[in-house]
Unconditional design. Structure first.
Length: 217
C-alpha cells in the first residue's frame, strides 16, 4: 500500500513539474490519468478494471459535455449506427416474457458489485429512473414515466400492425443498447453490457407491453 501511495505521489509531482514548465500536452495528461487508474484500481470479485477502459462513444460524449455543447450530429449518427449493430433480435421472434418477473426485475437494484455472487442474476434497477405502475409511490424521474406504455402507443389494441411492430422493436433495442438511439443516453446498455440477460429483457418487455401488466391498467 505504501508503495502505491509513493507511486501516486510521484505522478502528482510529475503533473506539477510539467505545469510549471510549458504545460502538459493532452497526450501527457491522458497517459498520467491512465497510470493513475492502473495504480489505483484492481480486479475484485465481479468487478474488473477493464470496465474503465476508454470507449469511443464515452470519450465523444464526455468531450461534448466538457465543452458545454451537444455532440456533433454526424459523429452521433456514426456512433449510434455502430451501437445498433450490437443489438441481437430474438431468434424465436418472441419479444415478451413474464411481466411478473419483469416487475420484480424492475424493482431489484442488486448486482454488479464486487461482493455479489456471479451465479446470482442482476436486477434491472429500472424504478430508479422510471415510473411503471401508476400506483407505485416510489420511483425516480431521470427517465420518462412509462405508465401506460403499451396502451398509449397502440400496441395493446393492435399488436400486429406495422406501427406496433416498430414500437416493439424499438423497445427491445432500447433495453438492449440504449445508445443505439441516443449516442449520449444515460440509460444503461442493459443487455449489451451484460447487466441483464436476453431472457430478463423479455420479462421487461412484457412489463411494458403485456395487456395484463399493471403498466397498462
Amino acid at each position: 500500500m505504501k508503495k502505491q501511495y509513493l507511486s501516486l505521489a510521484s505522478l502528482v509531482v510529475a503533473i506539477l513539474v510539467a505545469g510549471c514548465a510549458t504545460g502538459p500536452s493532452p497526450a501527457d495528461l491522458d497517459k498520467i490519468t491512465a497510470d493513475v487508474v492502473k495504480n489505483s484500481f484492481r480486479d475484485q470479485g465481479l468487478v474488473k478494471v477493464s470496465v474503465l477502459a476508454p470507449e469511443d462513444i464515452n470519450t465523444a460524449c464526455t468531450a461534448a459535455e466538457v465543452a458545454g455543447k451537444p455532440i456533433d450530429p454526424d459523429l452521433a449518427n456514426a456512433l449510434q449506427e455502430a451501437q445498433l449493430k450490437t443489438i441481437k433480435w430474438p431468434a424465436d421472434g418472441n419479444y415478451l416474457g413474464d411481466w411478473k418477473k419483469g416487475e420484480a426485475l424492475a424493482q431489484n437494484g442488486r448486482g454488479m458489485t464486487w461482493t455479489d455472487d456471479a451465479k446470482t442474476a442482476n436486477g434491472g434497477n429500472c424504478y430508479n429512473c422510471h415510473q411503471f405502475d401508476p400506483k407505485e409511490i416510489s420511483f425516480g424521474n431521470i427517465g420518462p414515466s412509462l405508465t401506460g406504455y403499451g396502451k398509449t402507443r397502440g400496441v395493446i389494441a393492435d399488436p400486429t400492425s406495422a406501427a406496433s411492430k416498430a414500437i416493439i422493436e424499438y423497445t427491445w433495442g432500447k433495453i438492449w443498447n440504449s445508445r443505439a438511439y441516443n449516442a449520449c443516453s444515460v440509460m444503461p446498455r442493459a443487455v449489451h453490457k451484460g447487466i441483464i440477460t436476453e431472457a430478463q429483457a423479455k420479462d421487461l418487455m412484457a412489463l411494458l407491453l403485456d395487456p395484463k401488466s399493471p403498466v397498462n391498467q
